[in-house]
Write a protein that binds this ligand. Structure first.
Ligand code: HMG
Length: 407
């Protein structure tokens, strides 16, 4: 019906991560840094480490398979793959996911980049596409591996994960509000030139740039009629390390004239940090994993307004809000999320360092990766500069009729 309000937002949300983890207790044993600095100072307990046959594609395919298995692929016309750990300068990583999952040919597949902000750009592009044609759905994948040089201040903020979400009309989880606040400013706080496998960062500058972008985006959000702070139940922040969310919330509340003490801030944010403090920074996926943690928490959210703050170094930021749909709990994947976090195998510091320095050949030679991942998809190797992916025995069958909870 012309003029009818069609709610658009996130219909399904899930994430996966790698099969290995390095705990910050183990890291502290080798760096000589007090464990308390990692646990309290930056708010991190462990970080996900990819096995040799895991990468952004295998993680994203794993997360996407769960969504496609539940809803089918018939209405998906667009697959947006957000990453800053791209494996190719030309080809979209989502094409490998398209092939591994056996998705139909009639959809567009594109990769998006703007540091950690990429998935939020994808979300906004997706909502616009669905508003244009509410019969269509958009599958958004956000997959990253955060790598810094060993011994650098960024080292304890590494991590890896992939989030997958389905953007749809009449969403089951949350409706995205049309008003949002934007803030863009060119700044060299964090970057990774094409010839490097690890990021470069000016840590202090990056924290300040994040906080400036938060107030900048918030001011724009308010100027455009966005919900006032008192109406927002909980804010999910991009979490490069979970203490950053605490700094951000403190900064925003002060800016909004509602200063709060550390204990109130910790209590307000605890439901959003439970997964990221175990996974580490997952760049584009981090905000959506904070959202998954909030939805999976004991906090009842039916009908509540939540805030989402997305920051991508360099820098682009956005503050948006959403209404949690009544009955959302029936559609969550809490058990699978807890399994993803708790079933990772701890590695020693020595094993982590070996994995950190191991790279695929760049001379076109043939290399087969050892079979390590328990996940449904693996990077089998590389030959002639071509990455080879394969399904494992735990992979779901080809795309068929949807299964799982009601659509
Ligand atoms: P650092 O050298 O570890 O900093 O680097 P620090 O020495 O100031 O210590 C950090 C905190 O630990 C401090 O607390 C200390 O007091 C505390 P704060 O003053 O911040 O509240 N501390 C202790 N606490 C308890 N017990 C102790 C103890 N000792 C010290 N014994 C830094 C920190 C974040 C700079 C570093 O980890 C880094 O460079 N990380 C990478 C960059 C980053 O994550 N930046 C965040 C904003 S930018 C962003 O979010 C974008 C990003 O995701 C990339 C993208 O967009 O693609 C990174």
């Amino acid at each position: 019906m012309p003029g009818e309000h069609v709610p658009v937002g996130i219909h399904d949300l899930t994430f996966t991560t790698t099969s290995l983890q390095l705990t910050h207790t183990e890291l502290a044993r080798h760096t000589g840094v007090p464990t308390a600095k990692y646990h309290q100072g930056i708010g991190q307990r462990a970080m996900s480490i990819p096995a040799p046959d895991e990468d952004i594609v295998t993680m994203a395919a794993h997360a996407a398979a769960a969504v496609v298995d539940r809803h089918g692929a018939d209405r998906i016309r667009t697959l947006l793959f957000a990453t800053e750990t791209s494996i190719d300068q030309a080809k979209a990583g989502g094409l490998y996911v398209h092939s591994l999952l056996g998705l139909p040919p009639h959809l567009r597949v594109v990769e998006l980049k703007q540091a950690c902000y990429g998935a939020t750009a994808a979300l906004q592009f997706a909502t616009a596409l669905v508003h244009r044609d509410p019969d269509q759905q958009v599958l958004v994948l956000a997959s990253d591996i955060a790598r810094y040089d060993p011994g650098s201040p960024g080292e304890p903020t590494q991590g890896a994960a992939a989030a997958a979400f389905l953007v749809s009309a009449h969403p089951a989880l949350l409706e995205i509000h049309p008003s949002s606040g934007l803030f863009t400013r060119e700044v060299m706080d964090f970057w990774r030139p094409n010839y490097r496998t690890t990021a470069l960062v000016d840590g202090r500058a990056s924290v300040n740039a994040y906080l400036d972008a938060l107030t900048g985006a918030w001011n724009d959000h308010q100027a455009r009629g966005g919900a006032p702070i008192q109406k927002i139940h909980t804010i999910c922040y991009h979490q490069p390390f979970t203490r950053m969310a605490h700094k951000a919330h403190h900064h925003l509340l002060q800016h909004a004239g509602l200063p709060a003490g550390p204990q109130d801030i910790a209590a307000a944010l605890a439901p959003t940090t439970a997964y990221n403090e175990q996974l580490g920074n997952s760049y584009t996926a981090s905000l959506y994993i904070a959202l998954a943690a909030l939805l999976d928490s004991d906090t009842p959210l039916d009908g509540e307004t939540v805030g989402l703050f997305s920051y991508g170094s360099g820098s682009v930021a956005e503050f948006l809000t959403a209404t949690i749909r009544p009955g959302y709990r029936q559609h969550l994947r809490t058990d699978a999320h807890r399994v993803a976090v708790t079933h990772r195998r701890p590695v020693t510091y020595e094993a982590y360092r070996t994995l950190h320095t191991t790279t695929l050949p760049t001379d076109g030679s043939t290399h087969a990766t050892p079979t390590r991942t328990p996940g449904p998809y693996r990077l089998a190797g590389i030959d002639g500069h071509r990455r080879r992916y394969e399904a494992t025995t735990s992979a779901p069958g080809p795309v068929t009729a949807p299964s799982g909870p009601p659509q």
